[in-house]
Design a protein around this ligand. Sequence first.
Ligand code: SF4
Length: 372
Amino acid sequence: MTTLDLHALALALLRPYRPGARLASGARWLSLSTESGLRLRFEVDGGVVDVELSPLAPGARYAARSAQVAFAYRTEGGRRAIDGARGRRLCAELATIVEANEAVVLELRSETRRTPRIREVGSGKLLETDPTGAYVTLSPYVGCLIGCRFCYAQSPLAASRRWTGLPDVPWGSYVDVRVDAPEVLAHELDARSPRTIKFCPIVSDPYHAIEARYELTGRCLDVIAERPGWRVLISTRSALVLRDLPRFARLDVQVGVSLPTADDAARRHFEPRAASVSERVEVLRTLRGAGIRTFAIVQPMLPGPLDALAELLNAYADSVTLDVLRGMEGAAEDFADRRYAHAASPAWQRARLDGLRRRLRVPLWDGELPPW
Ligand code: SF4
């Protein structure tokens, strides 16, 4: 079985350094994330700098490179500008370290030349800790069969596939199934103190179609239910989530849906393989009826009747978070359609968000966790 372990790869590339260590320049390596691509966080001169590592590809933009790897910097997920000279210096220092170790990349690629699009893989390290320590993320699948074209996971996951020499295939057509996720989770939970676990919708939807066959999300919930103190946050675009109502009853859980529009024609245009608007509303209604706390995520803003959307959110969500379109990813064609082209503009996205905010009576939240 292939082991999907970018974490181990990162440690091998940066040898002898490990998180917590200082580089020769004085930059301190704070943390390592493989949740969507391979990202290292450093503290440099009192500021935080993230560096993304990706396999070198023709036409790629980077601040520094080794023979196999490209390095790009950003600050706190791109939320703040960074002094470019400082970012380039850090990337160049990392490139020098990696250059001495990168034979491991070639070894990894030779293991995985021919593989099916649905792969059963080992989990490697399963839980990713948020840099603030407030929560951990868990994804039993990497890759998502719902395949929304605006999904932000597709570029970083395409880079992850390139690390292992896998072919470029369309987003929405492949999944790595972490078949040992429940067993690995039990082990990892027993070694940690309880906090919130987010079933991460960034690299996959926890209830996309293949969950009906493998039931990994469901079995991971069983593992969590056996251990008191953990909170669970689940977000989905699939009605399969209702299968787990009996499991939710045993957990301290909030369950939400993405609901970016009340217009099912717009939903079908942008999210053709996700649950319909009425199915998602039914999910919220049923969860509420079963005494489960609900939330809704409206992101990106999509066209459709604004009052109707606000009415649904007010009626069925206990809290709501709003955000604008952050990038087209693969959805440029969808937004080029003359019915929807206006929705691509940042001004429309912002005005729509403000209009929705004014209409909502339920609590709004920013950031990663709803009020508990
Ligand atoms: S359902 Fe979520 S994870 Fe899946 S493709 Fe859509 S946005 Fe991405």
